[in-house]
Design a binder for this molecule. Structure first.
Ligand SMILES: Cc1cc2nc3c(=O)[nH]c(=O)nc-3n(C[C@H](O)[C@H](O)[C@H](O)COP(=O)(O)O)c2cc1C
Length: 248
């Protein structure tokens, strides 16, 4: 098993996998790590769909165009889930407010599901496995994917996680400096534009010289392009269809 330091600092997204199956004991650790995720109120407002069926993985690939989904060994879909609490509250005759219809309810579900995904990611990486988060699982075709995975009302996809034996080792991407990411005691009040420009240049240089596919992309235009694409996502509608009708 890798050290915590290597697990966290040598992690990079892996998009090509061997056909090899993940060892049962590694999957067990990943499941246990998911189960022990800290959650809001200990409400465990999340569920995970472990997709291993190849036909299903290929259907998900068709809908998302993310090859990792069909080539990875386990594709875990992390969902915000109020279905379970609502079910037992109804069973016990406890009146439950429409918490899932509030912005905070949605945020709670997203935080819980995201932390569970990070638990799984760290556990998998510590076993030497490769991982890649796949946000298109949420955005590409919300209705079709919810139907495919038979999601009941109040279960909403937050993100997918591909896991498999790595078949590549891409260069580690440079990240923003500690000073840009971690503010000491309060948000920085000085002008850090130049530091952002320096980081943008670092990414331009990385993209031009990295091993594998090179490009002349900078950092910020590339990210802003993604934001433009994301402006077309109908997430509010998707949330509503999943039983999260935000009213406050
Ligand atoms: C929430 C989330 C969603 C992501 N969605 C995708 C995706 O749909 N497809 C993909 O190839 N990578 C996806 N990624 C991976 C990011 O592109 C990757 O983490 C980022 O480029 C940094 O690279 P690194 O993980 O190698 O450090 C996603 C990552 C996160 C955290």
């Amino acid at each position: 098993m890798k050290s915590v330091k290597d697990t966290l600092l040598q992690r990079r997204s892996i998009r090509r996998y061997e056909r090899e199956a993940i060892a049962a004991e590694d999957m067990l650790l990943i499941y246990e790590a998911i189960r022990n995720t800290p959650t809001s109120y200990n409400g465990q407002q999340f569920s995970v769909i472990d997709v291993t069926d190849q036909t299903l993985k290929e259907q998900l690939y068709e809908l998302t165009q993310q090859k990792q989904i069909k080539t990875c060994n386990h594709f875990l879909v992390f969902c915000a889930d109020f279905n379970k609490v609502r079910k037992i509250a109804t069973h016990k005759g406890i009146e439950m407010p429409d918490f899932e219809h509030t912005a905070d309810g949605v945020i709670v579900g997203i935080i819980d599901a995201s932390l569970a995904m990070m638990s799984a990611l760290v556990a998998a990486e510590s076993c030497g496995l490769g991982t890649c988060c796949i946000g298109y699982t949420r955005t590409a075709a919300p209705k079709a994917i919810a139907e495919l995975l038979k999601l009941p009302k109040c279960v909403f996809i937050v993100c997918g996680l591909a896991i498999g034996v790595p078949r590549e080792k891409p260069d580690l991407k440079p990240k923003q400096s500690e000073k840009l990411l971690i503010h000491s005691n309060c948000y920085r009040t000085d002008d850090f534009t130049q530091e952002l420009v320096d980081y943008d240049n670092e990414i331009i240089n990385f993209n031009a010289t990295r091993s594998g596919m090179k490009s002349d992309n900078d950092w910020v235009s590339h990210i802003v392009d993604y934001y433009w694409q994301a402006m077309n996502y109908e997430m509010l509608e998707a949330l509503k269809n999943s039983g999260y009708d935000i009213i406050k």
